[in-house]
Structure formats: structure tokens, C-alpha cells
Design a protein around this ligand. Structure first.
Ligand SMILES: Cc1cc2nc3c(=O)[nH]c(=O)nc-3n(C[C@H](O)[C@H](O)[C@H](O)COP(=O)(O)OP(=O)(O)OC[C@H]3O[C@@H](n4cnc5c(N)ncnc54)[C@H](O)[C@@H]3O)c2cc1C
Length: 401
């Protein structure tokens, strides 16, 4: 996607720059391929995760073979080295079949960014190829029972002893807790406040690690749960970046992933809308197709417009990230609007399909349960609005730092 081919937006040189909101040929081919895969392979299986099906390595390998676990892993480490926009396309299209599958994209892209950006050469050459091939699944453990929105208040501690870090604490609501091989753990490694936070990679089979998987309202595929660390020892080499960089690492990962979450939600909602449009062309009431009743058609029009607005800000976020430009505000806008507009659109689709919309035979109910999780994960609407407000008014007006 090219918002401006010739110059950075708002630069003095961009007068007359070409504005092109389309995808280029490679992006279109990729979009078509992932959409086909999602609708043919994923959609028929979507409900199975809700009904107790377990995630297998064969399934992960199938996703990895498409390059989806290695999108943000550089080519030299066996990945695809795709742009952020391409990662967004993958998430939006995959979500049409099964939005849970985008956890592979989200968590592997976050891990690739953090390991690629802050890991030692040894960590990069050991873990990035495993990430790309799907051999290892990495979770991202920041939230704690006492610290979610206020992430800098985490209390999990890592204490330095000889050549090891000893970690004690509890993480809450961690996606992939029940299936990950390793997890990135944010811990307090020295003093209080943001300056004392750092990140470590911990194998989930380390002595002292235990997991409790939740019974979530949706997104059961992700095996979200609590991870407990009872004096867990990891080598010093498992540390990502300097002590004090942990909070910044986490926030940077959030920025692009917020747009990925938005596109995940939008893809799922667009599929619900498309299915409802097909139904409304065929189904007749009062002698004509539902599509010809204005009260019905206008709802489709409104949700189409909302989704398109959210989609644009999400792709703009990713485009800014690809160009190394600030995108915190746009990421928060996308993360607020995407899941919100998606949940509203899917809710409407349940009603616009009559009694069948309220039946598990159609996917709308499950999509709604799943999308609501994305309204909370990676930052709630209230926190997204406070991020936007902080950017609009300036940090000196922020209610918290
Ligand atoms: C599906 C899902 C997946 C997740 N995956 C992960 C994961 O992989 N890794 C991970 O680390 N975490 C994960 N989380 C946790 C998620 O990031 C947190 O739940 C989220 O950041 C909110 O934190 P909290 O639940 O502690 O709520 P709290 O911070 O306690 O907030 C409770 C409510 O108060 C509101 N609130 C808080 N502060 C303010 C304020 N200043 N002004 C106004 N309102 C406020 C919030 O918006 C929210 O509505 C996931 C959550 C979900 C639901």
C-alpha cells in the first residue's frame, strides 16, 4: 500500500506526490492467496477450536510453511522479511477464515522484532530460524494480576545470581500460555519504575514454571492463561537488550501489533458482512430481497463505511512503521476503532441474518466472542484514547506518564 510513492507525508517535498491507496501487484497476489487459503482451509475448521480441538504441531507447521510465522523474521534467518503492510494483509485475510490464526502472526512478529532488535547474535541465530519454521512458539508475558493497563507497575522480579537470572512472579492472561515453548517475560531487574524493567526469554519447560489455562469467552484456540515463575533460573544470555529497555521494547511491539489486531478484527467482520450481503441478495421478505429494504441496506452501508475507515488508519499505521515514521497515535486509533467497529458490525450481522444469525451453524456468534477479546488485549479502548489524547495535547497534559 502506498500512501505517497515519492516522499514522506508532510515533508516539504511531497507536493504533487502520487497518492495511491492500492496494494501493488505482489501485495495483491499475496492477499488473494491468503484469502483463498483462509476460506477454503480455515473457515470450515473455525468452530472446532471452540469444541475442544487441540492445537497440534502439524497445524502449526502448515501455517509456518506459508511463511506466516516468519513474516517479520529477516531472510538471513530463514524468514520472509516482509513489510509491516504485508503482515497486516496476512492478518486481515487469515481472519476471514479464522481470526485465531493471526495469533501466529502477532506473537511471532512481536518475538521477531524483540529478538531481532535487542537479542544477542547467539539468540538471533538460535531462535529466529526456529520461530520462522514454527519449531518454537513464543508467548509475550507482560500483564500481571495487579498490573495490566499500568504495565510499568509489574512486580515480577529477576534477581541476578552469578551467571543466571532468577525469576519470581506471576503473569496473567498470556496468549499461547498453554502451548508456547518459550516466553518473553518482562520483569523488574533493578530499581522501581520503567527504568528497572527488562525482558528475558524463558523456556516454558524450565523448573519452576507452571501454567493455568483459562476458560475464555472466546479465542479458546489461543490457550490463554496465567504463567507462574517460582525461582526460575535462566542464563544471562537469555536477556533481551539492556536493563531499563524493557518498557520501551514492550511499547514498540504494541505499536505495530495494535494495527495487526485492528486488521484481524476487520477481516473477521468483513467476512460476516460479505456473508450477510450474499444472504440479503437471496432472502426475500414482503415480496423483495432484503437488500432492497433501505432500513436493511443502510445498516450494511454504515458498517461497510466504519470498517473501511478503520482499515485505512490501520494500514496507514503499518505504512508509517515501514517508513520508520512515528505511528503511536495512529496505532492507538486503529486499535480502538478496529475491534470496536468489527464487534458492532458482527453484532448487526447476527440480527440481519434472523434466527440463523443466532445459531452456531453460522460463524457470527463465535466471531463476536473472539473479536471482543481483541478490544481488551494489547490495550483497552480507554487506554487507546488516553494514548491518542496524550499525542494530541502533549505529554504534559497526560493523566499518567
Ligand atoms: C484476549 C486477550 C489476550 C491477551 N493476551 C495477552 C498477552 O499475550 N500478553 C500479555 O501480557 N497480556 C495479554 N492480555 C492482557 C491485556 O493486555 C490486559 O488485559 C489489558 O492490558 C488490560 O489490563 P487489565 O486486564 O489488568 O485491566 P485494568 O488495567 O485493571 O483495567 C480495568 C478497566 O479499567 C480501565 N482503566 C484502567 N486504567 C484506566 C484509566 N487510567 N482511565 C480510564 N480507564 C482505565 C480499563 O480500560 C479497563 O476497562 C490479553 C488480554 C486479552 C483479553
Amino acid at each position: 500500500m502506498h500512501f505517497s510513492r515519492n516522499a514522506a507525508p508532510n515533508s516539504p517535498d511531497d507536493e504533487g506526490a502520487v497518492m495511491n491507496f492500492g496494494f501493488d501487484e505482489t501485495e495483491q497476489e499475496f492477499q488473494n492467496a491468503i484469502r483463498r487459503f483462509a476460506l477454503e482451509r480455515m473457515l470450515p475448521e473455525y468452530a472446532s477450536w471452540e469444541r475442544g480441538r487441540e492445537l497440534t504441531r502439524a497445524w502449526t507447521s502448515e501455517i509456518a510453511e506459508l511463511g506466516l510465522t516468519g513474516l517479520r523474521v529477516p531472510e538471513q534467518y530463514g524468514g520472509v522479511g516482509a513489510s509491516y503492510v504485508m503482515a497486516g494483509i496476512a492478518a486481515e485475510e487469515l481472519a476471514r477464515g479464522d481470526l485465531n490464526m493471526t495469533f501466529y502472526i502477532q506473537l511471532s512478529a512481536i518475538a521477531a522484532e524483540l529478538i531481532g532488535g535487542h537479542g544477542s547474535n547467539e539468540l538471533k541465530s538460535r531462535l529466529l530460524p526456529q520461530l520462522a519454521s514454527g519449531e518454537t512458539l513464543l508467548a509475550f508475558a507482560l500483564t500481571e494480576p495487579g498490573a495490566g493497563s499500568d504495565a510499568a507497575a509489574i512486580t515480577t522480579r529477576a534477581v541476578h545470581e552469578d551467571d543466571t537470572w532468577v525469576i519470581t512472579g506471576e503473569k496473567a492472561s498470556i496468549s499461547f500460555a498453554g502451548v508456547a515453548d518459550q516466553t518473553i517475560v518482562f520483569a523488574r531487574m533493578s530499581k522501581d519504575g520503567q527504568e528497572g524493567l527488562g525482558a528475558l526469554i524463558v523456556p516454558m519447560d524450565s523448573p519452576g514454571v507452571s501454567v493455568r489455562v483459562y476458560d475464555g469467552v472466546g479465542e479458546k484456540f489461543s490457550k490463554r492463561g496465567s504463567v507462574m515463575f517460582d525461582e526460575v533460573r535462566v542464563a544471562r544470555g537469555q536477556q533481551l537488550g539492556e536493563i531499563g529497555s524493557g518498557f520501551i521494547q514492550a511499547m514498540k511491539a504494541f505499536d505495530f501489533n495494535r494495527a495487526i489486531i485492528a486488521l484481524t478484527s476487520i477481516g473477521a467482520a468483513q467476512q460476516s458482512l460479505d456473508e450477510t450481503v450474499a444472504y440479503a441478495r437471496e432472502r426475500k421478505t414482503f415480496g423483495k430481497p432484503l437488500a432492497m429494504h433501505q432500513g436493511y441496506a443502510f445498516q450494511i452501508a454504515e458498517h461497510s463505511a466504519h470498517l473501511e475507515t478503520a482499515r485505512l488508519v490501520a494500514y496507514k499505521t503499518l505504512w508509517l512503521a515501514d517508513h520508520g515514521l512515528p505511528h503511536t497515535k495512529e496505532a492507538a486509533m486503529a486499535k480502538w476503532l478496529g475491534p470496536k467497529c468489527a464487534a458492532e458490525a458482527i453484532h448487526a450481522c447476527m440480527i440481519l441474518n434472523g434466527w440463523m444469525g443466532y445459531d452456531e451453524a453460522l460463524a457470527h456468534g463465535q466471531r463476536l466472542r473472539d473479536v471482543i477479546g481483541f478490544e481488551i488485549g494489547d490495550g483497552t479502548p480507554e487506554i487507546m484514547k488516553s494514548v491518542i489524547a496524550r499525542q494530541v495535547f502533549g505529554r504534559e497534559f497526560a493523566s499518567h506518564k
